[in-house]
Write a new protein. Structure first.
Length: 335
C-alpha cells in the first residue's frame, strides 16, 4: 500500500476515505500548523541541510543549545545529536565495544542495536550466569525502554540479583518512549551507568538521533572516526525541536487523553495488550487488520523480525478526534 503524503489521521485511497491508526508519529506534530510554521522559520535560519563534519572549523551554535536541552530532558551530564537514531545506536555500541566487555540483551530487544556477539540476560527464565558469578568485571546490558510487542516499560528489579562484583552499564533505546513520556527515572539506578539512545523521528517528528550519558562516554563517541566523518543532525530540525517545547507539551496531553479514553473502553478485552498511557496496543487475531480495512480503518499489520506471526499494531495519535476513536472502538467491539 502506497500513500501520497505523510501519515495523518485520515487518507483517501481509490476515492474512499480511511482512518489511519498506524505509523509512529505519536504526537502528530506534522499536522499541527504552529509546528510547521516553526519548522519553516528554522529552515530560513539554518537552511535545509548542513553537510559539514561536527569537527570542522566552522561550528553552529544550535548544536550546543539543543544538546544542552536533551541533557536536561534525560537528566544526564551531557548529550550529542546525530543524523539518525540508527547512527546513534551504532555509535553507542561501537564505543562500548572498545571496552572489551560482555554484552547482554533483554528479551525482544530491537535487533538493530544488538552487537554481533551478545548474550541473553535470561536463560530459561533465570539470570544468565554471566551476571551472577563472582568474577569482577564490567557488563553491558542492552534494552529497549518498552520492548517490541509490549505496552509497558521494562521492570528492572532483576538488577538487584546481579553479583556485587559486576559493574553494570545500561544502554537503553528510548525511541518509542521519548516524547510520549518525560520521566526517565525508571532507567536510572545507583552505581549503574545509564546511556540513552534514541531516534527523534517518532513522537518528536524530526529527523535525527540522540545519545545521552556521562561526559566521559559522550566525549568518547565524539572522538570516534565514525562521528567525525559523519554530517551532524539537520540544524533546522534541532532548532525546531528547541523552539517547539510548548507544542510538544500540548500534544502530549492530547495523546494521553486519547490513550486513557481508548483504554477505558477496551481494557477488558482479553485479546488486547493495552496500556492506559501508551499509544500503541496489540491484538492477537491476525484477521483483525482485514476486517478493519473493510470498515475503512487501516492499522499496522506486518511480520516483525522477532515474531513468527503477523503483528496487528494499532497506533493512536494526539490528533485523533473522539469521533474517530469511537468509530474504532465500535468496530473492534463488533468484530
Amino acid at each position: 500500500m502506497y500513500l501520497n503524503s505523510f501519515i495523518k489521521t485520515k487518507t483517501v485511497i481509490n476515492h474512499k476515505e480511511f482512518l489511519l491508526f498506524t505509523g509512529t508519529s505519536y504526537l502528530g506534530v506534522s499536522e499541527v500548523a504552529p509546528f510547521n510554521k516553526q519548522l519553516k522559520q528554522s529552515i530560513d535560519i539554518w537552511g535545509s541541510a548542513h553537510g559539514s563534519s561536527r569537527e570542522a572549523n566552522i561550528q553552529l551554535s544550535i548544536y550546543n543549545t539543543g544538546e544542552k536541552l536533551f541533557a536536561e530532558l534525560f537528566n544526564t551530564e551531557t548529550s550529542v545529536t546525530t543524523s539518525s537514531g540508527t547512527l546513534a545506536g551504532i555509535l553507542s555500541v561501537k564505543t562500548l565495544q572498545n571496552r572489551n566487555t560482555a554484552f547482554l540483551y533483554m528479551p525482544k530487544t530491537h535487533p538493530s542495536i544488538l552487537p554481533e556477539k551478545s548474550f541473553p540476560v535470561f536463560i530459561h527464565n533465570k539470570l544468565n550466569v554471566l551476571l551472577t558469578n563472582s568474577k569482577k568485571e564490567e557488563i553491558i546490558i542492552i534494552t529497549d525502554a518498552i520492548a517490541s510487542l509490549e505496552t509497558h516499560p521494562y521492570s528492572f528489579t532483576f538488577l538487584k540479583e546481579i553479583h556485587a562484583n559486576k559493574k553494570v552499564v545500561l544502554l537503553v533505546d528510548v525511541s518509542h518512549y521519548l516524547g510520549v513520556y518525560n520521566d526517565f527515572s525508571p532507567f536510572t539506578f545507583n552505581n549503574i551507568e545509564t546511556i540513552f539512545v534514541s531516534s527523534l523521528g517518532k513522537a518528536y517528528g524530526i529527523n535525527g538521533g540522540v545519545i545521552a550519558g556521562n561526559t566521559t562516554f559522550i566525549q568518547q563517541v565524539k572522538s570516534s572516526s565514525l562521528f567525525k566523518g559523519a554530517a551532524g543532525m539537520s540544524p533546522a530540525f534541532l532548532d525546531c525541536f528547541v523552539n517547539s517545547q510548548n507544542i510538544y507539551r500540548k500534544q502530549q496531553q492530547k495523546l494521553q487523553n486519547n490513550c486513557e479514553y481508548v483504554f477505558k473502553h477496551l481494557k477488558n478485552n482479553a485479546k488486547f495488550c493495552i496500556s492506559k498511557s501508551y499509544p500503541v496496543f496489540f491484538y492477537s487475531d491476525e484477521a483483525l487488520a482485514n476486517y478493519l480495512f473493510s470498515k475503512n480503518i487501516i492499522i499496522t499489520n506486518f511480520y516483525y523480525p522477532t515474531s513468527t506471526k503477523k503483528l496487528n499494531r494499532i497506533v493512536l495519535n494526539a490528533n485523533h478526534t473522539k469521533e474517530e476513536l469511537d468509530f474504532l472502538i465500535e468496530q473492534i467491539q463488533l468484530y
